[in-house]
Design a protein around this ligand. Structure first.
Ligand SMILES: [Fe+2]
Length: 384
């Protein structure tokens, strides 16, 4: 166990460089300094007011995803081109590197409006090795990033972050905005397997990123917007995949004074994922493209929240993890599919944590608008 349940712990293997945070001492001082630095380097996100931005084109590249698929060719649909990487990565040489799949998600979104281009990284996957390997093969250039969005505080979405920040030191744009859905994103999390979330605030600050708290819908890099807190408006209920605890432990964690008092119980509580956010684009003449990441608040709830934030009804595509997985059974899966039938998106692109059973049943109910994602796929949405 990496962390105890009280606010007084000894240095863990995860954070050996931080002293204990317990009734004063050097660790306490460094935590206070970290608090002040965090406050000084945290900016309120530019809240979405009025019409959402529109883009002419959006390319979403799956940099980290669970599976690798070969031999499926590139295809063109109405308003969507699906580019699939396959074949040798080192022609005429022995194999050295290839795209890797892992349990995790990272997406690179490249959008265009007129002559203006924006690049956003959404999540970091589970390990930096896979993220950096795939970025290199896919020629994703971090120096072009205009913003980073972290969807929520689980390792399969930010495990690659510290290694990525170390590898890109000096290469990222100065004060690059880093969006999270609120202080809750920093809370320590655990699942039955052990620790499953301890977001390194110091690494974010040391990398000269600007931490943006996007509890409300917020504009990202002029072209995209985050959903803000995802409401519970459908039949879905959040799966309590992890527990969370308030407090600072060895320099990691969330500040209790910035959190609802009711959550400050001194122990682990079921995670309600109130900090989870999705990233959305509006494609001119087509509709919304919702990048769900992991849908712990429910994929239908997530899409509804994106529509509400945008004030736009038409959903062109939903892409990401849908998280309709066991113990959720066929009844739940089929209810979700019926809700999607109502929402009537043009494309449902299932990635990461969606669940094979959902894919199978959705594909047979909704046809080939349901598309399986894989590592390296690039989904290019064009306006008319
Ligand atoms: Fe996930």
């Amino acid at each position: 166990m990496l962390f105890n349940v009280c606010n007084c712990v000894s240095a863990s293997s995860l954070a050996a460089s931080y002293g204990p945070l317990c009734a004063g001492g050097a660790g306490f001082v460094s935590a206070v300094i970290a608090t002040l630095a965090a406050i000084a380097k945290t900016a309120p996100a530019k809240t979405l007011r009025g019409a959402v931005p529109e883009v002419d084109r959006l390319a979403v590249r799956m940099v980290t995803d669970n599976i690798v698929i070969q031999f499926v060719p590139t295809e063109k649909r109405d308003g969507l081109t699906i580019e699939r990487k396959s074949g040798n990565t080192s022609p005429d040489k022995p194999p050295r590197t290839i795209l890797n799949g892992e349990w995790g998600l990272a997406m690179h979104a490249e959008s265009k409006r007129g002559s203006e281009t924006r690049h956003v990284l959404i999540d970091f996957g589970y390990t930096p090795e896979v993220l950096l390997n795939n970025m290199a093969i896919l020629k994703v250039d971090p120096s072009r990033f205009d913003a980073i969005v972290l969807s929520h505080g689980h390792y399969d979405h930010f495990g690659g972050m510290v290694g990525f920040l170390n590898a890109t030191k000096g290469a990222l744009k100065a004060k690059l905005p880093f969006y999270v859905g609120g202080e809750d994103c920093f809370c320590l999390r655990r699942n039955p397997g052990g620790n499953f979330g301890a977001l390194d605030r110091q690494a974010i600050l040391d990398a000269d990123l600007t931490l943006m708290m996007a509890t409300e819908p917020a504009i990202v890099a002029d072209h995209a917007f985050t959903t803000g807190r995802i409401g519970q408006t459908s039949f879905e209920t959040p799966l309590r995949a992890t527990d969370e605890i308030l407090g600072i432990f060895d320099g990691f964690g969330c500040f209790p004074e910035k959190m609802p008092a009711a959550k400050n119980t001194g122990g682990y509580i079921p995670d309600d994922f109130e900090h989870e956010i999705a990233t959305t684009y509006m494609i001119k003449d087509k509709g919304l493209v919702v990048l769900t990441s992991c849908s712990h608040r429910g994929v239908i709830n997530t899409v509804r929240q994106a529509k509400l934030a945008a004030g736009i009804d038409k959903v062109h595509a939903v892409i990401g993890g849908f998280h309709v997985v066991p113990p959720l059974g066929d009844d739940y899966v089929n209810k979700t599919i019926e809700e999607f039938r109502e929402l009537d998106p043009d494309y449902l692109i299932t990635a990461h944590c969606t669940g094979d059973r959902f894919y199978d049943l959705a594909r047979s109910a909704l046809g080939d608008k349901v598309i399986h994602s894989a590592v390296g796929n690039r989904f290019v949405f064009d306006a008319n």
